[in-house]
Ligand binder design. Structure first.
Ligand SMILES: [Zn+2]
Length: 296
């Protein structure tokens, strides 16, 4: 059920991969906890029944519900302290911040107050810092991979690189041609950072464990390039962001079955627009009581 990647590093594969690292005192540190009680329970059972130990701490890679949603359950059962990167820790303590941010900073309409977006609240006992950290006796390196979220961190432990959502697996890209991201400029830089990390094994937040992250980075980059190409083709006259979204989703066969799907992708498109504006490819104009985007 678990994959052992080094003498003391394990991965529980699942909807979200959960890392388990043994500290010098034999207790376990979890990296991310999945969306809710179900993966968290699986993690706790593995630690107690297979490893015969207790959870000493939880370390999250970023503040998305599918990565920290199991924290609440585990904290109640084990009292383990929780550590997360600055900024992203806000959504652990205040899970409603996720739909608030997706809804443009306003009181989110009920259709996007979903269990996928609003995880159980988690305490945060400390921040993970860039560079070397020692938490519950486990020493590891935290690497900035922001872009997918505001301040996502990857963790390097014994040559195993937990790279969070800096890449998505092939199956996800096939199903979701425009994966969610917070900032494209930063995300592109994070992918280059991830390329430079020397690791024996790479554990993405979702999908199979990798020996080499580079092919998947290339695949994720070409997905991004396809979005940029479509956007530049669409924006040949002044358009509202909503018009750009609609044309882009139709052109790329992105299905929008519900409000949640739309509100995950609208900020993603805004991140692309900000990046293209920064590059001088498009510009923002204020006219007709609105903001529009046009080619430069
Ligand atoms: Zn994420």
């Amino acid at each position: 059920m678990a994959d052992q990647l080094s003498e003391r590093v394990y991965v529980l594969p699942g909807g979200t991969n959960i890392g388990v690292v043994l500290a010098d005192d034999g207790r376990a540190v979890l990296i991310d906890t999945g969306l809710n009680d179900t993966p968290a329970r699986k993690g706790l059972r593995f630690v107690r029944e297979e490893l015969g130990t207790e959870i000493a701490a939880i370390i999250n890679t970023h503040g998305h519900a599918d990565h920290f949603g199991g924290n609440g359950f585990l904290v109640k059962r084990t009292s383990a302290p929780v550590y997360a990167p600055d900024l992203d820790e806000m959504t652990l303590r205040h899970p409603l911040m996720q739909p608030i941010m997706l809804y443009g900073g306003a009181d989110p309409a009920n259709p996007i107050r979903t269990s996928f977006l609003i995880a159980e609240q988690s305490p945060v006992d400390g921040l993970v810092h860039l560079g070397e950290n020692t938490i519950a006796g486990v020493t590891f390196e935290a690497i900035s991979l922001n872009g997918h979220s505001m301040n996502q961190f990857g963790y390097l432990i014994d040559g195993v690189f937990f790279c969070a959502d800096v890449v998505f697996p092939e199956v996800t890209l096939e199903k979701y041609p425009i994966p969610y991201l917070y900032g494209l400029t930063e995300h592109l830089a994070a992918m280059e950072t991830a390329r430079g990390v020397s690791a024996v094994k790479v554990v993405p937040g979702h999908g199979p464990i990798l020996d080499d992250i580079n092919p998947l980075i290339d695949r994720n980059l070409s997905a991004i390039e396809a979005v940029i190409e479509s956007l530049l083709a669409i924006i040949d006259h002044p358009l509202l962001a909503d018009e750009i979204c609609q044309q882009l989703f139709q052109r790329m066969n992105v299905s929008i079955p519900d409000a949640q799907a739309y509100y995950l992708l609208r900020p993603t498109v805004q991140a692309y627009l900000a990046h293209l504006e920064r590059q001088g490819a498009i510009h923002l104009i204020v006219e007709d009581a609105s903001v529009k985007w046009n080619q430069a």
